[in-house]
Design a protein around this ligand. Structure first.
Ligand code: AMP
Length: 223
């Protein structure tokens, strides 16, 4: 099964993709994580992406396509399915992804968009903290660490992402409306998109998504 989660920054894509991945035995592939890993490694690509990410803009389609292609081929060779998070983000990337999957004899089964209002996103993103060492994500409002500023998993310090400050957050929302929403319309028209209400607890959103995926699986096995 090949799924992808959509939603503006702060909608909970990463959290939900990780949990759904475990539930349905899918590998979680986040393009944001892939780009941040390149940045940490200090590769030429990572250095180029750094400023773009900090400004809240989108990295070039071709660069992301190459990263996704390599990772997708690697994961499918293990026999597992994939849950994408943060990809595709515009119509061009959607075509790229469908092309990559066709070459690998697969198809994008279903996209789910996480819907939530802008005010709540700002609140969530400003409260997001990430572990410097293991990259676990916390939220000071609904998933705080046990000790202030310290990761529960590995004890390292938490930090705030450069693109989780107001200017960059605003830019990311504009990009989402301008580039991602037209792509969602395209998928919706082809019957490949479901929407989920994301302004609920992590557990409530997860259970709702699990049910949607099961309904989709039941529909496929009946037809
Ligand atoms: P995320 O972790 O999904 O919020 O992504 C963080 C940042 O990485 C984005 O604001 C973009 O700058 C970059 N990025 C992640 N995924 C993509 C993508 N599919 N296309 C272009 N840029 C991306």
């Amino acid at each position: 099964m090949i799924l992808t989660l959509f939603g503006p920054a702060g909608a909970g894509k990463g959290t939900q993709a990780s949990q759904l991945g475990k539930r349905f035995d899918l590998t979680h592939l986040s393009t944001g994580d892939l780009l941040r890993a390149e940045r940490r490694l200090g590769t030429a690509l990572g250095r180029k992406a750094d400023e773009i990410i900090n400004r809240g803009e989108l990295v070039g389609d071709g660069v992301v396509r190459e990263l996704v292609k390599k990772e997708t081929a690697r994961i499918l060779a293990t026999g597992k399915g994939i849950i994408y998070d943060g990809y595709p983000r515009n119509l061009n990337q959607l075509r790229d992804l469908e092309g990559i999957l066709t070459e690998l004899n697969c198809d994008l089964d279903l996209g789910i968009s996480l819907d939530i209002n802008d005010e709540r996103l700002l609140e969530r993103l400003s409260a997001r903290r990430v572990c410097k060492n293991c990259h676990r994500v916390f939220n000071l409002i609904f998933d705080p660490p046990k000790r202030k500023g310290i990761c529960d998993t590995c004890g390292a310090q938490l930090f705030q992402r450069n693109d989780d400050y107001p200017d960059a957050i605003a830019k990311r929302l504009v990009e989402y409306r301008r580039q991602t929403e037209p792509m969602l319309d395209d998928l919706r028209q082809r019957g490949k998109l479901k929407s989920a209400y994301a302004d609920q607890s992590i557990t409530e959103v997860r259970e709702n998504l699990i049910q949607m995926i099961r309904d989709w699986q039941d529909g496929v096995s009946v037809s």
